[in-house]
Design a protein around this ligand. Structure first.
Ligand code: ADP
Length: 236
């Protein structure tokens, strides 16, 4: 199992952000949905070893996030919602920097492969600050997959992109999901239908649904995903 989460809870002071959730994931694209404040980012930050949980366990490729964080980081790629990048770095330079952190063997070769895979070719000699938002997302994705992780955590990777840019990034996610386990957080239901084979809906820190898209529809009178989302999480 690539991801295993059991009875995971996170408290920020008195605030319960994640409330005893359990799920597991294997290769494919898992949509991670829920209203703002539901606990999605907190769960993702725990899985990527950015913050510790309050209780429960989480593991990535069999490695525990608390006991074996270095092994977890080796097996996971993370594109945070804010996609922090260095605007003054050139695209290739930034990938070289990340390759150095991961001590990647033959970095030039790997960087060339990733530039090709993420469609960064035409923009590879530009500074990140000169790129459009779509290309900046590609750089974020390229950085996240440079060390060829088995698991990818993508927090709203398509927010703010125009329809043409959306199509490119979605195709990339679909391709990556053929071999990797991807957790994709998004508010765009069309995107879920386009790329996800399974969906977890989280609401107020708890799991409200964990099913295939087809299963979810069958259990909810064949309603649209948007209607199902609203009925499970309230209209707030
Ligand atoms: P989502 O990603 O689903 O929008 P989050 O995981 O960001 O949700 O947040 C879940 C809850 O935890 C929210 O109520 C949010 O305000 C709270 N929260 C998130 N980060 C912090 C923090 N660093 N300190 C205090 N509360 C936080």
């Amino acid at each position: 199992m690539s991801i295993r989460v059991q009875a995971l809870t996170k408290l920020y002071g008195q605030q319960k952000a994640v409330d005893g959730i359990s799920f597991s994931a294997e290769p494919g694209v898992l949509g991670f949905l829920g209203p703002n404040g539901a606990g999605k980012s907190t769960t993702m930050k725990i899985l990527t070893c950015f913050i510790p949980q309050t209780s429960g366990t989480a593991s990535v490729c069999g490695f525990d996030v608390i006991a074996q964080p270095l092994d977890v980081r080796r097996h996971i790629g993370y594109l945070p919602e804010s996609n922090p990048l260095y605007p003054d770095m050139y695209v290739k330079e930034s990938l070289g920097f990340i390759a150095g952190i991961h001590k990647i063997h033959e970095p030039e070769k790997r960087i060339a492969t990733i530039i090709e895979q993420t469609g960064l070719g035409p923009e590879q000699h530009k500074k990140i600050g000169q790129l459009s938002k779509g290309y900046r997302q590609r750089v974020g994705l390229a950085q996240a997959i440079l060390h060829n992780p088995d698991v990818l955590i993508l927090d709203e990777p398509t927010s703010g992109l125009d329809p043409n840019q959306l199509i490119g990034i979605r195709q990339l996610i679909l391709d990556l999901g053929k071999t990797k386990t991807i957790i994709l957080s998004t508010h765009i239901m069309q995107e879920v239908e386009a790329v996800c084979n399974r969906v977890i809906i989280i609401n107020k820190g708890k799991i409200a649904a964990d099913d295939t898209l087809q299963g979810l529809r069958q259990k909810n009178n064949n309603n649209t995903l948007e209607q199902i989302f609203i009925s499970l999480t309230g209209s707030n």
